[in-house]
Design a protein around this ligand. Structure first.
Ligand code: BDP
Length: 709
């Protein structure tokens, strides 16, 4: 199913097409020839170059073992066999004395072994899902240059729930989606099962993703009607062999909207009974349904607070409905209220911290990586480490709402790594990563969610490099200790081929790309400077939106004298939500990392930062560095033209031109605006913005993609 367009094949077709074109050119009236097929990126990182007929045997029988076997047959070179897939409990494995308890129910071992007198490559685990992950690990091992003779792999996932969150609407629009429309053809489901669903499942299983929330957190009650449950069930049937469960976002007011009840108050027995019946109905259609994701009392969504009840009341009521079936509730901590004059960065902590330890054991609180909203850089969310008696799961955004949409090359590995590695200061050695993996805590729910960047675009994610963000999310959810660079390298090898020079260059580009987007959109801890609604492009001047915290001016607080949000004791005191050892660092502008400076401090433009420059000069310098880095990415990519197939190379080259143009736009618009406030000259030798501020303010993009409706 995955198109395995080989470069040589593509070249042959092109040559033939070229010859035909030449002939046709002789006849002026001939119709234009259709372009030769080129690589369209559909195969993702599963581009098996040496598909052959390797001998792969399964001991035992199940749909999951069958898909594992088929994947290996498709991806292994013919010479790779024999490969044996066997459960750890298989008597034939007993003499090997494998240590399998630490593998849990999803881990795997892949190694050479003698079974029945034959030397084979053994793929084993305590469950068939473990074996499937092992099969993909073997393919990854080979795809990154490993040899089958020396294969020796063992791994188990660090967290239990490794989930994509699709913000897909029932009409096919994807909120914050930049790769086309939703993959889910809701209208034609359950009858039509697009073969693409299988490839989606393969790709996810290959990186360890084991669940998918099908619909937007800004949920419609209709997702819970029998009509749509049947459609979700059809997807669940396709995904099941790949170890992927489906989940649904639940609209809290559904008992009123669908059930005709007067209230959805979680303390009202009628509402609870409605949810229980609804859960029973879903589980009849989807016996392994994962559970609910809930956005409550946030940005206009209904929730328990509408009735004076708490998030605990709401979450536990829903948890009770799915508990008999083994389901979970993922309750989002992304809350802020227009009635609350408090610093938005503080509100989730204020609301959730007192609820620590009160949630049912099948509830996990889903916390965004930072306290505001998926900005190019945010300090880690202060809730991590502050709720030791509550399972917290990470929510990252894979789709690049605030990082240039699908068109910019921005590898998110460094962003994920930076957050996961952050020390909470609450307990010795505790990091955000150890909080979410539940290290040192009693066994409990653990998880990581990523807001998907997938649509029906032929290359799934709108560009080849966006595929890396899907990939790195899955790999880090499996093992947060892997490291952004190592993952970039393995992705590059599987995506572009095992050429060391190419892998080095692509990896360097990817690693540099994250700081670049920070630089050209606003460095030094600035945040939320985006145009209204669609968030495409700069809008730091916007000051007229209804809610104060929707306005960029709320976040940067710049005026004639200075810039930045004072979150120290003299300001909102958001720093008090961090552990004292961390708060002490953030209290002092001299100690606060430059990257986070204006997140925590309001400082004069003339303030001298650690580089020796003034704040103003440093900011301008970083805008220029960001633009320069993008120019460099574009040049690096052009050197790779001989090594990358034409289809993927051309598209990326075009996107890098877009990114460079937009980086310059961001820089120029922002600098023009800051200068209108601070009245300062540009540092010597710095290029002035191309247009005046009014020109930038006048830009409007009514049809920019991904805007909620
Ligand atoms: C914001 C998005 C909005 C989402 C919201 C959320 O702009 O579309 O609904 O996050 O996470 O970043 O609920």
């Amino acid at each position: 199913m995955v198109a395995e367009e080989r470069w040589e094949d593509a070249m042959k077709v092109r040559a033939v097409a070229g010859a035909i074109a030449l002939l046709l050119g002789l006849f002026a009236s001939a119709p234009p020839i259709t372009a030769a097929p080129v690589d369209d990126g559909y195969a993702l990182w599963l581009r098996y170059v040496s598909a052959g007929n390797a001998a792969v045997e399964t001991r035992g029988d199940s749909p999951t073992l069958a898909v594992a076997r088929d994947e290996l047959r498709r991806g292994l070179p013919g010479t790779a066999g024999p490969v044996v897939l066997a459960r750890a409990s298989d008597a034939a494995l007993a003499p090997l004395r494998l240590r399998t308890t630490s593998l849990g129910d999803e881990g795997y071992i892949v190694r050479r072994a003698t079974i029945g007198g034959r030397m084979v490559t053994l793929v084993t685990g305590n469950s068939d899902r473990g074996i499937l992950y092992g099969a993909f690990a073997l393919l990854r091992h080979l795809g990154t240059g490993g040899s089958i003779e020396r294969v020796d792999l063992a791994s188990a996932p660090a967290v239990r729930l490794r989930l994509l969150n699709h913000w897909d609407n029932l009409d096919g629009q994807v909120e914050r989606g930049y790769a086309g429309r939703s993959l889910w053809d809701w209208w034609n489901l359950p009858d039509v099962k697009d073969p693409r669903y299988v490839d989606y499942a393969r790709a996810n299983a290959s990186i360890g993703i084991n669940g998918t929330v099908l619909n937007n957190v800004n949920a419609r009650a209709e997702s819970l009607t029998p009509f749509y449950i049947a459609k979700a069930a059809a997807l669940a049937d396709v995904f099941r062999p790949y170890g992927i469960k489906v989940y649904l976002s639940a609209r809290f007011s559904a008992p009123v909207e669908l059930g005709g009840l007067k209230s959805a108050d979680p303390r009202d027995p009628e509402a609870a009974a409605w949810w229980k019946a609804k859960a029973d109905e879903i589980y009849r259609a989807i016996p392994d349904f994962g559970g609910f994701l809930v956005k409550a009392n946030s940005e206009g969504q209904p929730g328990p607070r509408d009735y004076g009840a708490t998030h605990v009341d709401g979450a536990n009521m829903l948890a009770g409905a799915v508990k008999p079936h083994g389901g979970v509730v993922m309750w989002r901590a992304f809350v802020y209220a227009d009635t609350d004059p408090e610093d938005r960065a503080k509100q989730a902590y204020i609301e959730f911290k007192p609820l620590d330890g009160k949630f049912a054991d099948n509830v996990i609180v889903q916390v965004k990586n930072g306290a505001i909203d998926f900005q190019p850089r945010e300090p880690f969310h202060p809730l991590f480490g502050a709720m030791p008696a509550t399972p917290l799961m990470m929510e990252f955004q894979i789709t690049k709402e605030y990082l240039g949409f699908a068109s910019h090359l921005v590898y998110l590995g460094p962003l994920f790594e930076e957050v996961l590695d952050a020390r909470t200061g609450r307990r010795v050695g505790e990091t955000v990563s150890s909080v979410i993996t539940g290290e040192g805590a009693r066994p409990r729910l653990t998880g990581m969610a990523g807001v998907a960047n997938i649509g029906d675009a032929r290359d799934w994610t709108g560009s080849t490099f966006n595929q890396a963000n899907w990939y790195v999310f899955g790999r880090m959810a499996w093992d947060p200790g892997l490291g952004a660079e190592a993952i970039a390298r393995e992705w590059a090898a599987q995506t572009f081929g095992n050429d060391p020079a190419l892998i080095d260059r692509v990896t360097r580009m990817m690693i540099a790309s994250r700081e670049a987007v920070v630089d050209y959109t606003g460095a030094l801890g600035l945040a939320h400077l985006f145009a209204t609604g669609h968030h495409y492009g700069p809008g730091p001047w916007i000051a007229d939106l209804k809610r104060p915290e929707w306005n960029p001016v709320y976040y940067h607080r710049a005026d004639r004298n200075g810039i930045g949000f004072d979150r120290t004791r003299s300001g909102s005191n958001a720093i008090s939500q961090y552990a004292p050892s961390i708060a002490r660092i953030y209290a002092d502008p001299g100690k606060t990392p430059l990257e986070e400076l204006l997140w925590f401090h309001h400082l004069p433009w003339t303030y001298r930062v650690s580089t020796g420059r003034t704040l103003w000069a440093e900011l301008v310098w970083r805008y220029d560095r960001g633009v320069a880095t993008v120019g460099d990415l574009r040049r690096q990519w052009s050197t790779l033209k001989p090594k990358v197939d034409a289809g993927r190379w051309e598209k990326q080259a075009a996107l890098l031109r877009v990114q460079e143009r937009e980086a310059i736009w961001w820089r120029d618009a922002s600098i023009a605006y800051w200068m209108s406030l601070n009245q300062l000259p540009l540092p010597d030798g710095v290029r002035p913005p191309e247009h005046d501020l009014e020109w930038y303010k006048a830009q409007s993009f009514p049809f920019a993609p991904g805007n909620p409706h």
